[in-house]
Design a protein around this ligand. Structure first.
Ligand SMILES: Cc1ncc(COP(=O)(O)O)c(C=O)c1O
Length: 433
C-alpha cells in the first residue's frame, strides 16, 4: 500500500489517522503527501514506497534539530538500551540532565521530567497552582491538548481564536473548569490588566511563549514578569518550540528575562520522547505538595538522548549552523519570488522560517508548491525548520527546485492551479474530521 492509501486505511483504525495534527497529510497536500516513512537519516527521508526526499519542511515539527537518526545520540541510546532502559532503581541520567539544564539556566535550581510537551505544560501549571494555592491561569499562545488549556474554550468557543488553534472544541473538558484559564493578547499589558480586573487575587500563573514567530520584545517580557510578581503569580515560559532554536537552552536567555518555570520538550532529545520542567527551588518544591508521578517518566532513553543532544549542540555550536541555513533558505524564497515577480511574504526567525503568497489563492499556491516539490525530491512546505544535518549543498539543490516551482506558480492561473485538494490552513477543519 502506498503512503496516501495507507493513510486512508489508518482512519478506520485510528481516529483522525495520526497522533499529531501537524503530521496529518491534509496539512501539507491531501491525497499526495507521502504520509509515512520507512527510514530517516540526516536531512533525508525515505517513504514507504522507498522514494527518497530531502526534508526541507518541518523536520518532525522541529524535534530533530541535529537531523534524523543522529549517530552520537543514537549511539548513546543504544548503549542505554543494552544496559537496560528500566529497572527497580532509577537511572542516574536524570541527575546528570538536571545538572546540565540548571547549568545552562542558572536561575533554575530544580527539574522534573515527563515525556511530551502538552504533558509538561500540565505539570508546570499544576505546580504553579499548588505553589500559589490559586486557580486562575492567564495564557497566550499554544500550550498543548490538556484540560487546563482547552478550558479557555468552555462556554465561549472563540476563546482560543488567535492563539494558534482557532475553533478547538473543548468536548470532554469538565464544564466546571469554565473561567479557570483566560487567553490574553501579547504585547499589551494594559489590556491584560483590564482583562483580570476584579480577579487579580486569583491568578496562579501567567503562561507565555517568550518568542514564536519573531524575537519577543524584551520590555514586554520584563513588564509581564513585574506583573506576575505584583500578582503573586508564577511566570511560566513555554519553550517547547522556541528552546534551542536560536541558542543553547531557552530563548529567554537571549533576552535576560527569567521566568519562575520554563518548559522544554521537542528538540531537547532530537526526536526521542523527553520533556523537562525547570524552575526555582521555591516554586518547584510545590511538586511535593501534590501528586505528579508516572512509571514511564522513569525510563532511561529520554534523558540519555537529551544529554547526548545537548552536549552535541554545545560542542558543535549547532545554533550557528541552523541560523545560517535558515537565513539561506529565507533568501532562496525571496530571490525566487523576485525573479518570478511573485508576491511572497517571508517571515519568522531563521530557524522557524515560513513564507506565504500575498494572494487570495495563497492556500492553493502553497499546496501546489508542496505537491510540485515532491516531484523534485523534496519534502517542501511553507515552513522550514533547519537542522544541523542540512548543508549548503542541500540549500543549493533546493534553490533550483524552488526557482522552477515558483516559476510554474507565476505562470499558472491561480484560481485553477491544483488537480488535488487544497491543504488545510490550520487546525480548525481537522478537528472536525
Ligand atoms: C509552544 C508549544 N507548547 C506546547 C506544545 C505541545 O507539545 P507536544 O506536541 O509535545 O504535546 C507545542 C507543540 O507544538 C508547542 O509548540
Amino acid at each position: 500500500m502506498n503512503g496516501p492509501n495507507l493513510y486512508l486505511h489508518s482512519k478506520h483504525l485510528i481516529p483522525g489517522g495520526t497522533q499529531l495534527l501537524s503530521k496529518r497529510p491534509e496539512m501539507f497536500a491531501p491525497d499526495v503527501w507521502p504520509a509515512y516513512y520507512q527510514r530517516a537519516k540526516g536531512a533525508k527521508v525515505w517513504d514507504v514506497a522507498g522514494k527518497e526526499y530531502t526534508d526541507m519542511s518541518i523536520m518532525s515539527v522541529g524535534a530533530c534539530i541535529l537531523g534524523y537518526a543522529d549517530d552520537d545520540v543514537d549511539d548513546a541510546v543504544v548503549n542505554a538500551l543494552r544496559n537496560g532502559v528500566a529497572s527497580s532503581l532509577n537511572c542516574r541520567e536524570e541527575v546528570e540532565l538536571a545538572e546540565l539544564l540548571t547549568d545552562l539556566h542558572p536561575w533554575a535550581q530544580m527539574v522534573r521530567y515527563v515525556r511530551s510537551g502538552g504533558e509538561a505544560m500540565s505539570v508546570a501549571v499544576r505546580i504553579a497552582r499548588a505553589s500559589t494555592k490559586k486557580d486562575l491561569v492567564l495564557f497566550s499562545g499554544y500550550h498543548g491538548w490538556t484540560d487546563w488549556y482547552l478550558a479557555a474554550n468552555l462556554g465561549d468557543n472563540h476563546g482560543l481564536d488567535g492563539h494558534l488553534m482557532p475553533g478547538l472544541q473543548p468536548a470532554g473538558v469538565p464544564r466546571g473548569l469554565k473561567g479557570s484559564a483566560i487567553p490574553f493578547p501579547v504585547n499589551d499589558i494594559a489590556s491584560l490588566r483590564e482583562l483580570i480586573k476584579g480577579r487579580e487575587k486569583e491568578v496562579a500563573a501567567i503562561v507565555i511563549e517568550p518568542a514564536r514567530g519573531e524575537d519577543a520584545p524584551t520590555d514586554y517580557l520584563k513588564e509581564l514578569k513585574a506583573l506576575a510578581q505584583e500578582l503573586g503569580a508564577v511566570l511560566i515560559f513555554d519553550e517547547i518550540t522556541s528552546a534551542f532554536r536560536m541558542n543553547a537552552g531557552g530563548i529567554h536567555l537571549r533576552y535576560g528575562v527569567h521566568p519562575d518555570i520554563a518548559v522544554f520538550a521537542k528538540c531537547m532529545a532530537n526526536g526521542y520522547a523527553m520533556a523537562a520542567i525547570i524552575g526555582t527551588e521555591k516554586i518547584m518544591q510545590a511538586a511535593q505538595t501534590t501528586f505528579i508521578s508516572s512509571t514511564n517518566w522513569t525510563e532511561r532513553i529520554g534523558p540519555t538522548a537529551a544529554i547526548a543532544t545537548i552536549k552535541k549542540y554545545l560542542r558543535c555550536k549547532v545554533d550557528e549552523h541552523i541560523i545560517a541555513i535558515g537565513n539561506q533558505v529565507k533568501q532562496v524564497w525571496k530571490d525566487a519570488a523576485a525573479r518570478h515577480n511573485l508576491p511572497v511574504k517571508v517571515s519568522g526567525l531563521p530557524t522557524l522560517a515560513n513564507f506565504s503568497f500575498d494572494s487570495i489563492h495563497n492556500q492553493a499556491m502553497q499546496t501546489y508548491f508542496t505537491v510540485a516539490m515532491l516531484e523534485h525530491g523534496f519534502l517542501g512546505f511553507r515552513q522550514f525548520k533547519p537542522s544541523y544535518a542540512h548543508t549548503s549543498e542541500d540549500v543549493q539543490r533546493y534553490a533550483k527546485a524552488v526557482d522552477i516551482v515558483f516559476g510554474e506558480i507565476a505562470t499558472h492561473d491561480h484560481s485553477n492551479l491544483l488537480v488535488t485538494p487544497v491543504a488545510h490552513s490550520g487546525f480548525f477543519r481537522l478537528t472536525k474530521e
